[in-house]
Design a binder for this molecule. Structure first.
Ligand SMILES: Cc1cc2nc3c(=O)[nH]c(=O)nc-3n(C[C@H](O)[C@H](O)[C@H](O)COP(=O)(O)O)c2cc1C
Length: 216
C-alpha cells in the first residue's frame, strides 16, 4: 500500500457535503483506516444537501456509514466531537494525514488561532505541530480579508488549502464529475491513489527515447 494507512477525516458545516462523503467513500475503497468526526453544523448541512441523517451517537454513525460505504469491521470509526480520548487528539497516536472537507470559515479560523476547542480543531492542531499533512477544503464566497489571512497563516504553518473549485476543461457532464474533480485533488494531497478522472497531459508523455538519442 502506498500513502497513509490511517486518515482522520472531518466534516464541518460548510456547503459541499457531497465532497466530504465522496472522500469518505474513496478512502474506504482505497482500503484506508478512517477516523471520522463531524460537527453539529455538518449534520445540518448533510441533511440539507444530501438528505442524509448523520447520527449524533458515534457507534450508530460508525454502523450506518460502514454499511453505506462497505467498510470492513474496524476500518471506519466515528468519534464524538468532544471525545478527548480519541487517538487523533494526541500526537502520540495521530493519523498519518488529515482532511477537513468541507471546512467552514469558523473551523478554519479556530485552527488558525490554535483554539483546539473540539476534537476537529485539536486533531488539526496536532497535525500541524507534528508536521503531518493537513488538507483543508474551505468553502465561502466571497472571501473576507479575515478568511484570506487565516488561510495564508495555515498554509504557512504547513496546511494545504484545496478550494473546492472544479475545472471545466475535462467537460464535466454531471454533478458527480464536478465532485470527483475536487475529490481527486484532495486524495492527491493525501497521497492516496485513485482513478477519478483523467490527468492533465495523459497520453501525451512520450515514453520512448528523447529526440536525437535514438540509435540508427
Ligand atoms: C446549509 C448551510 C450551509 C452553510 N454553508 C457555509 C459555508 O459554505 N461556509 C461557511 O463557512 N459556513 C457555512 N455555514 C455556516 C456554518 O455551518 C456555521 O458557521 C457553523 O457555526 C460552523 O460550525 P462548524 O465549523 O463547527 O461546523 C452554513 C450553514 C448551513 C446550515
Amino acid at each position: 500500500m502506498t500513502g497513509p494507512r490511517t486518515i482522520t477525516l472531518a466534516f464541518t458545516g460548510a456547503s459541499g457535503m457531497p465532497y466530504g462523503l465522496r472522500v469518505l467513500e474513496c478512502l474506504v475503497k482505497a482500503e484506508r483506516r478512517v477516523w471520522l468526526t463531524y460537527s453539529p453544523a455538518a449534520q445540518v448541512v448533510a441533511k440539507q444537501e444530501c438528505d442524509l441523517v448523520l447520527p449524533t451517537q458515534p457507534r450508530e454513525a460508525t454502523r450506518l456509514l460502514s454499511q453505506r460505504y462497505g467498510a470492513r469491521e474496524g476500518q471506519l470509526t466515528v468519534f464524538g466531537r468532544e471525545d478527548w480520548m480519541a487517538p487523533m487528539a494526541s500526537g502520540s497516536n495521530a493519523a498519518e494525514a488529515m482532511a477537513i472537507c468541507p471546512c467552514t470559515m469558523g473551523t478554519l479560523g479556530a485552527i488558525a488561532g490554535g483554539l483546539a476547542d473540539n476534537l476537529i480543531e485539536r486533531a488539526a492542531d496536532v497535525m500541524l505541530k507534528e508536521r503531518r499533512p493537513l488538507v483543508l477544503v474551505p468553502r465561502e464566497t466571497p472571501l473576507s480579508t479575515i478568511h484570506l489571512e487565516n488561510m495564508l497563516k495555515l498554509a504557512r504553518a504547513g496546511a494545504t488549502i484545496v478550494p473546492p473549485a472544479p475545472g471545466f476543461y475535462d467537460h464535466p457532464q454531471t454533478l458527480a464529475d464536478l465532485v470527483d474533480f475536487v475529490v481527486a485533488r484532495v486524495l492527491d494531497q493525501l497521497h492516496v491513489p485513485h482513478e477519478l478522472g483523467p490527468r492533465w497531459g495523459e497520453g501525451r508523455g512520450d515514453t520512448g527515447p528523447l529526440p536525437g538519442t535514438q540509435s540508427a
